[in-house]
Design a protein around this ligand. Structure first.
Ligand code: XMP
Length: 556
């Protein structure tokens, strides 16, 4: 994962004389955790919020909400002293929720550097209970479970945390333990029917909420977070896509010097944004390689070349390796085998092309912040492998390239904003995700030129009709699958015996879970009728109504 090769790996932050920081960094490195990398940050992050992670499933969501308020933030482990992140100019701390009870053996605790109250702090759920527990208040164990909607009533008029909000507002609760007595110096700022102290605060700007302001079920929660950031922490909101572009270009120039950078383009949003940003910064010191593995959608190779080579003027090497990939996949039907073969062949082709370019110093990658945060969890959990995702990037070590990852601290929606700020067309910026192994994992059974041709035809119709119905941006993904089943049909007066094609359309926020999209019947009718008319190999169309879980988004 990105952690092992990150540019900041091993780079120490303000360690001089700070034994606690050195100790923390040493342990973090041993555990494979991300080590703070001050050089990766643009200047607009000169004000930052840190989110201390107590294992909540919502920590990412808190981070996204803060970024949506145009304030830079990072998620940090609860074991970290604040001084390990002193390069961030921390304006405030948010303590996340978490699954523990403060009474659990080994329950995570708030670092003493936060409890001193030198920067404004906001505890959420477990973060509130930990604050109460560690500062001498009382937490009742497990007797007051509260899951779901509640109404919060403010106890004090005109508190800055609730600026602009009504005196009663709907909030979302999800807790077992409950703060029953606030620590000395704190007072209750709000209550619900079941939580007499649903909000508390002291004069040192330490606040806590029993409910979750970050979830959509607390409709005014973003305003509470925004009040905390702007009215209490004094943030200015300099984190914008435009600033990011300007400052990243400067950093890329400093990092690369007169070196040469290589970038693998997949046609997806992330690699396109990375390539465009780096090209803007260093021009022809960047060479991009775009491998056509023969598994792309109709007109995709032309579109990528048109956007990046002809329109943006990138130095782009186009390699048509269709024959090679198809012969490598001959006779292969197992999905995992397909992925492995495609991944291996991609590296072969890419490396061969890269050596033709001459000396290269850096490899540009579209690593995003969720990959950075999740890598540690993924590495440390013994979860069953559902699919081995193949992504551009796992290149052999002997190529000896340093990594450059300008999007390493961005969420996907921020990448899109950066794409727009770079002037990329909307159809590129809002393109639905497309898997690395391409159409190969949407053809059940063997991948052949004829079956690819049939699937491209079906896919074309699905895209066309989804776009015509103005549904493209609403859907996370929409595509066709060529099944291995045949069925009997009748066309004109003749019997047909053709493939069954499936249409899949899902809504999702992050691809971890997904729901099948309730497409309008008339859109489905048009798709079905056009596919059987335009794709001679197919005579029946079905619609996939499986959510994830238990299904996955792709069929293989
Ligand atoms: P699943 O099918 O696991 O897909 O629900 C979740 C998301 O990941 C994409 N996907 C892949 N992406 N290489 C990729 O780069 C892969 O092997 C791969 N398999 C699935 C899928 O399109 C969806 O967005």
């Amino acid at each position: 994962m990105a952690e092992t090769t990150a540019p900041g790996k091993g780079r120490r932050v303000s360690t001089s004389g700070d034994v606690e920081v050195s100790k923390y960094l040493e342990t973090a490195e041993k555990k494979g955790e991300a080590v703070p990398d001050p050089t990766a940050l643009p200047k607009s992050s000169d004000e930052a919020i840190v989110i201390v992670d107590f294992g909540s499933q919502y920590s990412h969501l808190i981070a996204r909400r803060v970024r949506e308020c145009h304030v830079y933030c990072e998620i940090i482990p609860h074991t970290a002293p604040l001084s390990a992140f002193s390069h961030l100019n921390i304006k405030g701390v948010i303590l996340s929720g978490g699954p523990s009870s403060v009474y659990d053996k080994g329950a995570p605790t708030i670092h003493s550097s936060i409890l001193e109250g030198r920067v404004p702090t906001l505890g959420i759920c477990y973060g509130m209970q930990a604050l109460a527990h560690q500062l001498g208040g009382k937490v009742a164990l497990g007797q007051h479970r509260e899951y779901g909607h509640a109404v919060l009533h403010q106890s004090t008029a005109k508190h800055p945390l609730f600026d602009g909000l009504p005196s009663s507002l709907p909030v979302w609760m999800s807790h077992g333990d409950l703060v029953t007595e606030a620590p000395s110096g704190f007072r209750s700022l709000g209550y619900t029917e079941n939580s007499p102290i649903a909000v508390m605060g002291n004069s040192k700007n330490i606040f806590a909420l029993q409910f979750h302001p970050e979830v959509a079920h607390t409709p005014l929660g973003k305003q509470i977070l925004e009040n905390f950031l702007y009215k209490i922490c004094g943030c200015h909101g300099a984190w914008t896509a435009g600033n990011f572009v300007e400052e990243s270009m400067q950093r890329i120039r400093e990092q690369v010097g007169d070196g040469r950078v290589l970038c693998a383009l997949s046609g997806g949003v992330d690699s396109t944004v990375v390539a465009t940003l780096i090209h803007k910064a260093i021009g022809d010191q960047l060479t991009c390689i775009f491998v056509n593995n023969g598994l792309l959608r109709r007109e995709e190779p032309e579109r990528v070349q048109d956007t990046l080579k002809r329109r943006a003027g990138l130095n782009l090497l186009y390699v048509d390796a269709t024959e090679e990939f198809l012969s490598g996949l001959k006779g292969v039907t197992d999905p995992e085998q397909k992925r492995k073969i495609i991944g291996r062949m991609f590296i072969d082709v890419f490396e061969r092309q890269a050596t033709r370019i001459g000396k290269v110093d850096f490899l540009a990658q579209g690593t995003l912040y969720p990959d950075v945060i999740e890598s540690k969890t993924k590495e440390n959990t013994t979860s069953v492998t559902i699919k081995t995702h193949h992504n551009v990037g796992g290149l052999p070590e002997h190529m000896n390239l340093k990594l450059i990852e300008p999007l390493r601290y961005l969420f996907k929606d921020e990448v899109r904003e950066v794409g727009l700020a770079l002037g990329l067309p909307e159809d590129v910026v809002f393109r639905q995700p497309f898997p690395g192994p391409g159409l190969a994992i949407r053809i059940i059974g063997e991948v052949t030129a004829d079956r690819l041709d049939a699937l491209r035809g079906c896919d074309w119709v699905v895209m066309d009709e989804i776009k015509a119905a103005n549904l493209y941006r609403e859907l996370w993904q929409s595509f066709a699958v060529l099944t291995s089943s045949h069925s009997v049909g009748v066309m004109g007066d003749n019997r047909t015996y053709g493939y069954v094609a499936a249409v899949r359309a899902v809504t999702s926020d992050d691809a971890m879970t997904a729901d099948w999209a309730r497409l309008p019947y008339d859109v489905l009718a048009k798709i079905s009728s056009r596919i059987v008319n335009e794709v001679p190999q197919v005579n029946r169309v079905v619609y996939d109504i499986t959510s994830k879980p238990p299904g996955t988004i792709e069929w293989e």
